[in-house]
Design a protein around this ligand. Structure first.
Ligand code: PMP
Length: 449
């Protein structure tokens, strides 16, 4: 069977995520038969360079043989067992390795099975910690404007991207939302000053809501789903210091930015800070399987450790918590980090991405900004470059870039008016050049009228 048949069968029974299904009356769905390295292949033999790591999950290439082998060997030995009352080797080994790699003091690992669930765990754990410590009045969370933390109701509530959130607003708890330190339009040399200025809002919110707040939740350095907006590590340092001073937790959602995306293994390292909760998923398994981990401190753990009758235990369970196949994929992924100079190689790839993009697009009349943090590069399309005036979202300029990408064999999936690259780390310089060339053509076409 070729693409046509699979598309027809799909559209009869499937309902796709993040999709207005009516779009597929005209927009071709791409059925993928196999994949290898940075490339996807459809049922008609056409290939697509995966410039966005399949929603930012893939690190070391599709069907990476080493990870595939680890999963297959694990599947033949133990595919799954519940993690309550029972344990298994991959869960123990992975918790040992994650706590050793994470910022000092994150000594406990709680598993979940996807990013949103990890955020739910961190929110509940923080609230429950304060309750166990005799402060049940702490029921609120502080978040940043333009943040994204997932789409289950709790995670959606602490996010701030209207597209995903607005419809469901009546169902959601209300966070205290503080203006993001987003540095769009600010020259790099002024990022720290900008972040420090914006931090005044955070300070004021923490002061105003003293005693009510459980935690502040942020995506360190890059607000990915929020159009890849970026801010400097200095904001995180100020935030850590203020969270300590006001006695509230800091939740770092590194679901998208963790595992090398920003240039360091974890983004928090660039600020030299340790959050109270570190949420990990996506790249954790190299993009093979859904798995998540929430790392926290012994101090948090101790607040739940008591006699059964006190009912202080943390009650949160997903059937597939700590799934052995996911843990085996994660261990193989960490082996690659341990044995290969991944971050060093990425520095060269990131430099190439930056240079090639600047050469192709820095002077484009409809490119308002090119920004980059490590292996994440974003190109902001604007109607008016001088005033950084955005295109109205209804025009769907990004979709035109997406379509052009598919025609030329590159998977780009712009977020509104922002075209971005977040490729797997196995991408080559030649592939980066192709990615940039096709994006530049797409941007030309999309901004012509
Ligand atoms: N937090 C961040 C920062 C994310 O980027 C995402 C996913 N895009 C999530 C949470 C949610 O993860 P999941 O899609 O696995 O639920």
């Amino acid at each position: 069977m070729g693409n046509r048949e699979w598309i027809a069968r799909d559209l009869r029974v499937l309902w796709h995520p993040c999709t207005q299904m009516k779009d597929h009356e005209r927009l071709p769905l791409v059925p993928v038969r196999r994949a290898e390295g940075a490339w996807l292949e459809d049922f008609d033999g056409r290939r697509y360079l995966d410039a966005i790591s399949s929603w930012w999950v893939n690190l070391f290439g599709h069907a990476n043989p080493r990870i595939a082998r680890a999963v297959a060997e694990q599947a033949a030995r133990l595919e799954h067992v519940l993690l309550a009352g029972f344990t298994h080797e991959p869960a123990v080994r992975l918790a040992e390795r994650l706590t050793a790699l994470a910022p000092d003091g994150l000594a406990r690992c709680f598993y979940a099975d996807n990013g949103s669930s990890a955020v739910e765990v961190a929110l509940k754990m923080s609230f429950h910690y304060w309750r166990n410590r005799g402060e049940p009045g702490r029921t609120r969370f502080v978040n940043l404007s333009n943040s994204y933390h997932g789409e289950t109701l709790g995670a959606l509530a602490v996010g701030d991207v209207a597209l995903y959130k607005e419809t469901y607003e009546p169902l959601l708890m209300r966070p205290v939302t503080v203006p993001s330190p987003d540095c769009f339009g600010v020259p790099r040399a002024e990022w720290d000053a900008h972040a420090e200025r914006l931090f005044a809002h955070m300070e004021a919110a923490l002061e105003r809501h003293a005693g009510e707040v459980c935690a502040v939740i942020v995506e360190p350095l890059v607000q990915c789903a929020g159009h890849m907006r970026m801010y400097p590590p200095s904001y995180l340092r100020l935030l850590r210091e203020a969270c300590d001073r006001h006695r509230v937790h800091l939740i770092a959602d590194e679901i998208a930015v963790g595992f090398g995306r920003t240039g360091t293994l974890f983004a928090c390292e660039q600020a030299g800070i340790r959050p109270d909760f570190l949420c990990l998923s996506k790249g954790l398994t190299g993009g093979f399987l859904p798995l998540a981990a929430v790392l926290t401190t012994e101090e948090v753990y101790a607040a739940f450790y008591d006699d059964y009758e006190t009912l202080r235990a943390f009650l949160h369970s997903h059937s597939y918590t700590g799934n052995p196949l996911g843990c085996a994929a994660a261990l193989a992924t960490l082996d690659i980090f341990a044995e290969e100079p991944v971050l060093e190689r990425n520095r060269a790839l990131a430099a190439r991405m930056g240079e090639a993009t600047a050469a192709a697009l820095a002077d484009h009349p409809h490119v308002g900004e090119i920004r980059q943090t490590g292996m994440i590069l974003a190109i902001e399309l604007v109607r008016d470059r001088a005033r950084l005036e955005p295109y109205p979202w209804q025009e769907r300029r990004g979709l035109r870039v997406y379509r052009h990408g598919l025609e030329r064999g590159v998977l780009l999936r712009p977020l509104g008016n922002v075209v971005y690259f977040m490729p797997p780390y196995v991408v080559t310089e030649k592939e980066i050049d192709l990615m940039v060339e096709v994006a530049a053509e797409g941007i030309d076409l999309a901004t012509r009228d």
